[in-house]
Design a binder for this molecule. Sequence first.
Ligand code: GLA
Length: 358
Amino acid sequence: MITTYAPGRAELLGNHTDYNEGLVLSLAISYGTTISADANDAGEINLYAREFDRHWSGKLDNLAPQGRETWANYILGVVAQLRRRGVTVSGFDAEISSTIPIGAGLSSSASLEIATALTVQKLFPYEMSRLDLARVGQAAEHTYAGVKCGLLDQISVALSKQNHATYIDCRAFEISHLPLGADVEFVIAHSGVKHALTAGEYNERRESCEAAARLLGVKALRDVTASGLEAARAKLPGRVYKRAAHVVGENERVTRARDLLANNKMKEFGALMFESHESSIHNFENSCEELDFLVGEARKSPACLGARLSGGGFGGATINLVRRKDADPFCASLSAAYEQQYGKRPLILKTEACAAAE
Ligand code: GLA
């Protein structure tokens, strides 16, 4: 029996920049997916998802996306993608358990994908870089889950470093790690709501960004500066302009944030997180009332240096940068305020910046 663990991730800054060949800062969180597995001789994949108490079984030679047991798609998709790349995979039995809340935008799916790729690697050894493992996870998501995601989630899960933020250049695929000061901590506040069919909204946002790049005559929005975008504004329909403004602004914020982090200027870093959320509200329109409430409440607290939605949006969670010594009262008051407004508590999770999957 082998065991594999992969964390989830939180996006610190750089929202919807990854598929625009842009820049992101992220971290791996203290919640993740564990897979325990054994090889079998039957050429079968037998899966059990402990949290859902669901089973899935099928022949390895007959893999296809599942309409019912959709959780299995992330595993089957990875196996299919590994085989496409020439990896020899035999039958295996696996039990999956996860501490990542589903639908929170904390990459439970990428965590499951990378945990699967590493499980297969331990059972049936093959050579592959961590970046290519991330690409396998992304391809699984495209083909088996129908989400045209970038590589932020899978790279964060596969390549993060403890006590560091991960900086990802999604064009050169250069990845580096920046130390985080010990006096700050991250708090995730999960609203518990999901307002949109995420795949549809997500893919639609991606199309708008690609349309903007086409109309501006560049390969990707990575190639556009804020002043360049203003100068060419007339070329873009209003909505497409706003989508592009978000991505261009996020890339510039990540660049500034990277320098601030290197100089431990966390208050200024946090201010960029608040700016990012504002841009999500007004430009990318991927926030929602509950997330805006959580960020608005966080902003009132001197303990909180910055807050924003994290991940795709349309619900899910916010990430808060908080002074460590004040984190507990901050969590309590954020939770109480949300309960007073919506009649239910949000899920509040404190997290460290964690190591990559192993
Ligand atoms: C989701 C996707 C990522 C990224 C974020 C938004 O998490 O899976 O690839 O695009 O949304 O930054």
